[in-house]
Design a protein around this ligand. Structure first.
Ligand code: IFM
Length: 440
């Protein structure tokens, strides 16, 4: 790595992130069916129709996994609390689920790790999917109730709470592009989900503030967009993608508005009276999580319906996901967010990492590509701090190889290799490199 801990401010947080469905093993502990279980069980949606039933069995092995964070010298663990584990039908509390998160948070604190909780990282209970999921406004109220129940149990011990992980994925990727559960490709469903997921964030913030919570925020994902060429069409296409992907959520949350370039397509399909929700959506947050992975080069597709976009592959090296590696994009977002949206509010890089077809050979995993990737992105964050952004932490995605949604267990993002037959964990070379860089 090209940096060391002392290059960063004294209280800068280094950590790793995971999410409940991707690692826990959702068949354990009385968790309810989620829309991911049914999506995965439907042919054609997920590689080999794999699901999160066992995943990394973190449910039973969380102690070993937390020890890996401590052994690497990390300060914090970003995890999520599955709604369907805590409330299997979306409405009724499951004592075993609450007990699990209680044990998990205590185990972090015993090890000196700061718990960074995410309330929703995509485990929508099937019972709520049955009533329309995020297309139904009522789901936002049920989400508020879930927020109350889990916060009453562990809210006194978590360091930070994020309401939602990556609302763009929850809404657009899942209801317009159809790649994630519930797999819809429908502009009306998408417009509603795009708004209701923001409202769910607002509802959760209202509930958290009522309990006196002072360190609550949201985690948004940002993909760098640029025109594929100098044409006016390509510039407009890039601006449309930027509005839908990068501006919709942050503008709603910090300014109470939606960008015109995105409303141009969604306005006719928005739920009646959406404007009245913007005040609740834009109530103050305490911190912003930034997930960053890649860039897109865009051009217009005159034959396609709105938003009429086409991705033109670039010439940068790509990861196992085929995502271009573009560390400058992280610097660009951290400075843009601080200049245009959040000012001096604390920013955390809550996810950044890469998938690679890693293999264990002679007991070790040689992944120099990942070491370079992490180093380059952490250096981009360092430069953003030098340029005035209040970046206070960096979480690698992900601690473990895990369930990569529609890609099943094929794409390996972990700093720790997981053998999905034996569930044996093997720290990769990048883990050891990060450990050396952040050693005190
Ligand atoms: O695995 C996902 C995670 O659940 C959300 N952010 C992106 C990661 C890599 O695709």
């Amino acid at each position: 790595m090209d940096f060391k801990r002392t290059d960063f401010p004294e209280n800068f947080v280094f950590g790793a992130a995971t999410a409940a469905y991707q690692i826990e093993g959702h068949s354990f502990g009385g968790a309810g069916s989620t829309h991911w279980d049914t999506f995965a069980a439907t042919p054609g949606n997920v590689v080999r129709t794999e699901d999160g039933a066992i995943a990394c069995d973190h449910y039973h092995r969380y102690g070993e996994d937390l020890d890996l964070l401590v052994d690497a010298g990390m300060d914090a663990y970003r995890f999520s609390t599955s709604w369907a584990r805590v409330m299997p039908d979306g409405k009724t509390a499951n004592p075993d689920g609450l007990d699990f998160y209680d044990r998990l948070v205590d185990a972090m604190l015993e090890r000196g790790l700061k718990p960074f909780q995410t309330l929703y990282h995509w485990e929508l209970p099937s019972a709520l999917a049955d009533i329309g999921g995020w297309t139904n406004r009522d789901t936002t109220k049920y989400f508020g109730d879930f927020t109350d129940v889990i916060t009453d149990r562990i809210g006194d011990r978590v360091h930070a709470i994020a309401t939602i992980n990556e609302p763009w994925c929850v809404a657009y990727l899942s209801h317009f592009l159809g790649h994630h559960a519930p797999g819809l490709r429908d502009i009306r469903a998408a417009a509603r989900a795009m708004h209701h997921i923001n409202l769910a964030h607002g509802e959760a913030m209202t509930r958290l503030r009522a309990k006196g919570h002072k360190n609550a925020g949201i985690v948004l994902n940002f993909d760098y967009c640029e025109p594929a060429d100098d044409s006016a069409d390509a510039k407009a296409a890039s601006a449309r993608q930027d509005a839908i992907f990068n501006r919709w959520f942050i503008e709603a949350i910090t300014k109470g508005t939606y960008p015109a370039e995105a409303l141009e397509g969604f306005a006719p399909h928005m739920p009646t009276g959406w404007e009245d929700d913007m005040a609740q959506i834009s109530q103050p947050i305490d911190w912003l999580g930034v997930n960053y992975y890649t860039r897109h080069r865009l051009t217009a597709d005159a034959n396609a319906a709105w938003p009429g976009l086409r991705d033109i592959p670039g010439d940068l090296p790509v990861t196992q996901m085929d995502w271009e590696i573009f560390p400058k994009g992280l610097h660009a977002f951290l400075t843009r967010l601080s200049n245009d949206y959040v000012g001096n509010m604390p920013l955390f890089v809550t996810e950044n990492g890469m998938a690679w077809a890693d293999k264990v050979e002679n007991g070790a995993v040689h992944d120099p590509e990942r070491t370079q990737f992490v180093s380059d992105h952490i250096m981009a964050a360092k430069q953003a701090i030098a340029d005035g952004a209040n970046v206070q932490g960096f979480f690698y995605w992900s601690l473990l190889d895990n369930y990569e949604w529609a890609f099943g267990y094929e794409k390996r993002f972990g700093m720790v290799h997981v053998d999905f037959d034996t569930l044996v964990r093997t720290p990769k070379a990048s883990y050891h490199a990060l450990k050396a860089a952040i050693a005190r």
